[in-house]
Ligand binder design. Structure first.
Ligand code: F3S
Length: 67
């Protein structure tokens, strides 16, 4: 899986780094920073999917597959 974060779309809602703290963190303005672009474990993949589904701005995309 590959995780993509659209920094232009992120508005700092913060759900991603609250729900998936191994995948995202907050910058100084509360916007998201992608810290794990290629989650490998089932737990991390599930967290990334949950974050993508929870972002109100749809700023996160999970591309499935071995990439
Ligand atoms: Fe940004 Fe969405 Fe996370 S708006 S801070 S990517 S929940």
């Amino acid at each position: 899986m590959k995780v993509q974060l659209d920094l232009e779309t992120c508005q700092g809602h913060g759900r991603c780094y609250s729900l998936a703290e191994r995948i995202f963190e907050s910058d100084d303005d509360g916007r998201s920073v992608l810290i794990m672009a290629n989650p490998a474990s089932d737990e991390d993949k599930a967290a990334a999917r949950l974050a993508a589904a929870s972002c109100p701005e749809r700023a996160i995309t999970c591309v499935e597959g071995d990439q």
